[in-house]
Design a protein around this ligand. Structure first.
Ligand code: HEM
Length: 494
């Protein structure tokens, strides 16, 4: 018997009529509330009117313009925008201090990452189950910086001279041209691997290709599934080639690393291999890509403004001489290089938003606004970093901007270092969940850039004087992936 026949058998016709009279307005009311009744103003297309796919697509193409519109209209307050993944409540950075103190159980960075990158389908939901991925950055990668700096320098030299730039031979006058983005990505994969899995595994070709393609596959899965309806995702997921690849890669990595992990488990504490692997893979995902963008942007900026190279060379020379070689102290003293990287990152921000969080328990802001459970929030870091209120002449690249600020009162001020976070610069996030790998990132990026500057001349192809425009897609900002840069070994280089 069909449903309506059941209903007719057990309910009189009048009751069905009354029920319909109640339900239809209730559904209509809920729907209209979403369209006109939201307490927050909206920028961009409303998915309840234009359709979710349409609104998402709009942000995918016009994310920068929509966020700029939001910044200009609601700079000190908040607005809602449908992004390519979730709907987000974009908040002014004036709320940062009250939000930073909230516990993860109320305002969660991990839940936001997991939901936005479809963690369940990409194995990244592991970040919800442990803090190992953060702990790895905080302890082994940060506490042992001195021996790590030496190892990273050694690996950088190997990766550049023997692999990435091996075509550049001594005494040649000619530049060899490379697509800077993929070339540096491979270099960083090697250097990062040296830190994560050590020597000799960091030179193992299977490990290197596994680490690299895991990242690409995880993005492929989340990118493909994001456009599908929730109920279809588990079905489509089963048929994605990238899913099979990811599990194959985890198995390969497991096989390679189990002996290594056993050897390292000196404390007697149990290490869950798969947990460690996926956590390391997560670090790779977050770390290689972001660090690569920073290094490539700095290379583009130096090609466009070669007049700053000499100052950097002098500083690097001085620091290594005074410290007796390429050690942690020398790297830490390279303050102009640090400032150059920070200014390059300020102008070429890695994304439009930062401080992405999911509200797990309703919260009330100081202005009385109540943010409901389930809301995804973010801050418009790209526009904050280009706001004249925080940075005079914000569109002008001033390489020593942060160096000069740090020296302003005659005493060193770590607040302006590359790895520092502030209300005006959220490139590394803010508060308890700010990037735990930023100290390592600074070390690694400074070593790579300093080595490049000292041992190579580099430039854009003849006739090109300006850096290429960055690519904006969705909320991501990436330096050109195809820009060629010419390299040759300097005559003085050893
Ligand atoms: C220039 C390079 C990098 C940038 C711009 C960057 C940026 C970020 C940002 C914006 C966050 C989110 C913070 C927040 O929401 O408050 C984050 C989280 C994270 N980053 Fe980085 N990062 C970089 C390099 C690295 C490196 C090299 C590592 C590892 C060695 C790393 C490991 C992580 C981890 C594990 C998290 C998640 C933290 C958590 O869940 O609590 N990052 N990063």
């Amino acid at each position: 018997m069909s449903c309506h026949k059941y209903a007719a058998a057990f309910m009189p016709k009048e009751a069905i009529g009354y029920l319909a009279c109640l339900l239809v307005p209730a559904i209509l009311w809920l729907y209209l509330r979403k369209i006109v009744g939201s307490k927050f103003p909206r920028v961009g297309k409303n998915p309840w009117i234009h359709g979710l796919a349409n609104a998402r697509n709009d942000f995918l193409k016009n994310g920068r313009a929509l966020t700029e519109e939001g910044y200009q209209k609601y700079r000190g307050s908040m607005y809602v925008v449908q992004t390519a993944d979730t709907e987000r409540l974009i908040l002014s950075n004036s709320f940062l201090d009250e939000l930073r103190a909230l516990p993860e159980a109320q305002l969660s960075s991990r839940a936001a990452q997991c939901d936005r990158h479809l963690g369940y389908h990409t194995t990244l939901d592991v970040v919800n189950q442990s803090s190992l991925h953060s702990d790895v950055c905080r302890a082994p990668l940060t506490k042992h910086s001195a021996p790590l700096a030496l190892a990273l320098y050694e690996e950088t030299q190997f990766a550049l001279t023997k692999v990435s730039l091996a075509k550049c031979v001594p005494d040649s006058e000619d530049y060899e041209y490379f697509s800077a983005y993929p070339m540096m990505m491979n270099t960083l994969n090697r250097v990062m691997s040296r830190a994560l899995v050590g020597y000799p595994m960091c030179r193992n070709k299977t490990w290197l290709s596994t680490a690299m393609s895991y990242t690409i596959n995880a993005f492929t899965i989340s990118g493909t599934l994001r456009d599908q309806y929730h109920f279809l995702r588990p079905i489509i997921y089963r048929f994605l080639p990238a899913r099979r690849e990811i599990y194959r890669q985890l198995a390969t990595a497991n096989q390679l690393l189990v002996p290594l992990l056993k050897e390292r488990a000196t404390t007697g504490g149990k290490i869950d291999n798969l947990q460690w692997l996926t956590d390391s893979a997560f670090i790779g995902l977050a770390a290689i890509n972001a660090s690569n963008m920073g290094v490539v942007n700095a290379i583009f900026d130096l090609c466009a403004m070669p007049e700053y190279i000499e100052t950097l060379r002098k500083e690097i020379e001085k620091c290594t001489t005074e410290a007796g070689g390429w050690n942690l102290s020398a790297i830490n003293n390279m303050e102009r290089l640090d400032s150059f990287l920070k200014e390059s990152q300020r102008i070429n921000h890695p994304g439009i938003f930062s401080f992405n969080r999911k509200v797990l328990k309703p919260l009330t802001l100081s202005n009385g606004s109540v943010i409901p459970k389930g809301t995804f929030i973010a801050m418009p870091t790209y526009f904050i970093a280009r706001d004249a209120e925080y940075y005079p002449s914000p569109e002008v690249f001033q390489p020593w901007r942060f160096y000069e600020k740090s020296k302003a009162n005659g005493k060193a001020n770590s607040q302006y270092q590359f790895c520092s976070t502030s209300r005006e610069n959220l490139a590394f996030g803010y508060g308890k969940s700010a990037c735990p790998g930023r100290f390592f990132a600074a070390l690694q990026m400074k070593i790579i850039l300093a080595d490049l500057v000292m041992r190579y001349d580099f430039k854009f192809p003849d006739g090109q004087t300006k850096r290429p425009e960055s690519d904006f897609a969705d909320e991501r900002i990436s330096p050109s992936k195809t820009q060629l840069v010419g390299f040759r070994l300097r005559k003085l280089a050893k």
